[in-house]
Design a protein around this ligand. Structure first.
Ligand SMILES: C[S@@+](CC[C@H](N)C(=O)[O-])C[C@H]1O[C@@H](n2cnc3c(N)ncnc32)[C@H](O)[C@@H]1O
Ligand code: SF4
Length: 383
């Protein structure tokens, strides 16, 4: 079967964007076949798990390090405490290796790498190189990729690099820091030049929304060789002033319509959250579409959520995926509804935290919260 026909089986847009790209970059041709084969194999394994009564997601999100060289306004990783984890408790490369190995055997097909800044994790690209039959999508701020990394990336054929941008220079430097826009653009140019599949990730918020409603901008990305665009609506992880950055309902609707328009007439593969999740019946966390591992090994439903019941230093991934916690989140369907907020679990934050405690889970990095909830529970029992 040809590349285009194979990709069409997964997604028409994928065929439209990636088939010509693969043909122009022949080094990806053989790898494409290998990845298709491993995708099919992983699907069989996931179906088997389903028959056995638990869900293995096709994607795992790995927050590979807490280290970061930037301080972006409203970064969810900073807000939920991922960046505050004790350095000494972080997973080492061998621990990540064995987690990925187990995940592969369970049927996970692709790894989305975040953090922190992944390129500050020594040995990051060794993982992509070692697990060459799996897809790696690395999110980066674009300021920490070293010369040696570019050399390795040039040879890797299973790895896409997604550089975060907010919009133009002003918008990007406002949220990410002075000079970041220039560095991110240089990185994108370089990735393109050496033939690495690349894209951008935009946190859509009230300040950059107008900017991305302009189709000419999408055209200019395509001209630069960018083939993937993640548009993640801004999630305020704390109910503080940054919640004002969230899109209004009207803006959200208009932006969704724009994404669908771009999808129909632009040669770029767009992923929109939460819009695309709604097509799948709501939030796809907790193993429905993905699950997340923190730098210290806690298995959480998604990167924006700080609840867990298993840590992969002491439990297997299979035990975590079979957990009561993941099951109750999926079973309580109303928890998967976004209710006007871009993240379903954030929309039900308190309820989700209580649910975690009720099934023996814990709230990561938030001992005070844990004590507070336990006290409320105790007083409820007394009265
Ligand atoms: C947490 S970062 C980690 C990877 C890397 N440091 C980077 O900036 O790309 C992953 C992505 O999440 C986005 N992001 C950060 N905070 C967010 C928030 N509050 N809501 C939605 N997306 C957010 C970032 O812009 C980035 O594209
Ligand atoms: S670079 Fe990424 S992890 Fe670091 S603060 Fe910015 S969004 Fe957060």
């Amino acid at each position: 079967m040809g590349i285009k026909t194979t990709l069409k089986l997964v997604d028409m847009n994928m065929a439209k964007v990636f088939a010509p790209w693969i043909l122009r970059h022949p080094k990806y041709f053989l790898v494409f076949k290998k990845l298709v084969k491993s995708f099919k194999k992983s699907l069989v394994l996931r179906n088997k798990a389903k028959e056995e009564g638990y869900l293995v997601p096709p994607f795992m999100i790995l927050s590979i390090t807490k280290q970061c060289n930037l301080h972006c306004v409203g970064c969810y990783a900073a807000e939920v405490g991922t960046l505050d984890i004790e350095s000494s408790s972080q997973l080492k490369i061998d621990e990540w290796r064995s987690i990925i190995k187990e995940a592969n055997d369970l049927g996970v097909f692709a790894y989305i790498i975040g953090g922190g800044e992944p390129f500050l994790f020594p040995g990051l690209l060794e993982l992509s190189k070692e697990f060459s039959e799996r897809l790696f999508i690395i999110f980066t701020n674009g300021t920490a990729i070293k010369e040696d990394d570019f050399k390795v990336l040039k040879k890797l054929k299973n790895t896409a690099v997604i550089v975060s941008l907010e919009g133009d220079r002003e918008a990007t430097d406002f949220r990410r820091g002075k000079g970041v826009y220039e560095k991110a653009l240089t990185t994108l140019k370089r990735l393109n030049k050496i033939g690495v599949l690349n894209g951008i990730s935009v946190t859509i918020n009230g300040l950059n929304y107008e900017h991305w409603m302009n189709p000419q901008l999408i055209d200019s990305l395509i001209k630069k060789g960018i083939r993937i665009g993640f548009f993640l609506e801004y999630i305020p992880s704390k109910k503080d002033i940054t919640s004002s950055l969230m899109l209004t309902e009207q803006e959200r609707k208009a932006f969704r319509a724009k994404i669908l328009e771009y999808r129909s007439n632009k040669r770029i593969y767009l992923i929109h959250s939460p819009g695309d999740e709604e097509l799948l019946g709501g939030c796809v966390s907790a193993g429905r579409g993905f699950a997340h591992i923190t730098p210290s090994g806690d298995l959480t439903p998604c990167p924006v959520s700080n609840i867990a019941s298993h840590n992969l230093k002491t439990s297997t991934l299979e035990e975590g995926l079979k957990s009561r916690l993941f099951k109750v989140i999926r079973e309580n369907e109303h928890l998967l509804e976004t209710e006007g907020v871009p993240c379903a679990l954030f929309a039900h934050k308190e309820e989700v935290e209580e649910l975690a405690l009720s099934v023996g889970g814990y709230v990561i990095n938030n001992k005070e919260k844990l004590i507070e909830i336990k006290q409320v529970k105790k007083s409820q029992k007394v009265s």
